[in-house]
Design a protein around this ligand. Structure first.
Ligand code: ADP
Ligand code: MG
Length: 256
């Protein structure tokens, strides 16, 4: 049977912005239902890599493999139906919407239009929104957000807002989840809670996770494998233990 998590393979991904080589020949592989962390100094190309995988940038060279599919880039509007969801480095919630309405945005792509759907539009919409509400309810329960469901996200702490963002990414049960520095700006207590939630997501959903994170302790405790980027190049790949002992990594990154 197909694993609940997708497999991801990048082969020879390169991308320049004008004169800046943001990514040079990057290859990596995330096994189904594993957690792969991407670390590296600021400007190393981590966010750019996530933007390539999620179709925001088309690489100049290389190939992305998602399960059995191979492509150079995916159209962002196709991402959700391919089973991929992401969060952004900076908060990207709708500030005028409640928690539950923000989470429902994560299901917006599911509203299919068809002739039948238009003919029976009202009935269909009502039916879909009931099941969508149920799905949102389930994910809010999982993330401990029930009590704040009707609050505007702007009235919540930063840590809670990040949690809403994660809930929105997860509500459609993606097979690949891309997280860009989810812990940045969080208190230690929030970081510990979010780490535990990420473990829960893996246990409960089996989602493959690509995690960009600065906090090395968090990275080492959550990851199966770690990729180290420096100046757009993959300078090391291995288990957390292998990465800790890698001389090139210590010189480039951990030693600083
Ligand atoms: P990281 O996330 O590892 O801090 P980024 O992927 O954001 O690094 O950036 C990698 C490099 O690419 C940096 O030199 C950055 O300035 C450059 N870069 C990223 N996005 C763009 C863009 N849209 N236009 C021009 N340069 C960019
Ligand atoms: Mg970044």
């Amino acid at each position: 049977a197909r694993k609940p998590g997708a497999s991801l393979q990048l082969s020879g991904i390169s991308l320049s912005f004008g004169g800046v080589k943001a990514l040079s020949d990057v290859s990596l592989r995330a096994e189904p239902s594993s957690l792969l962390a991407i670390i590296g100094p600021n400007g190393a190309g981590k966010s750019t890599l996530l933007n390539v995988i999620s179709g925001i940038y088309r690489p100049d060279r290389g190939e992305i493999g998602l399960d059995e599919h191979r492509f150079r880039s995916i159209r962002p509007e196709k991402l959700a139906s391919a089973g991929v969801a992401r969060t952004f480095q900076n908060l990207a919630l709708f500030s005028g919407l409640s928690v539950v309405d923000n989470i429902l945005q994560g299901l917006a792509h599911r509203r299919e239009t068809s002739l039948l759907g238009e003919v029976f539009g009202l009935r269909r919409a009502r039916h879909e929104s009931a099941s969508q509400l149920q799905q949102a309810q389930a994910v809010m329960n999982f993330f401990g957000l029930d009590a704040v469901a009707s609050r505007l996200t702007t009235s919540l702490s930063y840590g809670m807002q990040k949690r809403v963002e994660l809930a929105r990414a997860l509500v459609a049960h993606p097979r690949l989840l891309l997280l860009d520095e989810p812990m940045a700006g969080m208190t230690l207590a929030d970081k510990q809670q979010l780490s535990e939630l990420i473990r829960e997501i893996r246990r409960h959903f089996g989602t493959t996770i690509l995690l960009i994170e600065h906090d090395i302790a968090v990275v080492m405790s959550l990851s199966d494998r770690v990729v180290v980027l420096e100046y757009g190049r993959n300078i090391a790949t291995g288990t957390p233990d292998e990465i800790r002992q890698n001389p090139a990594v210590i010189a480039a990154y951990l030693g600083s």
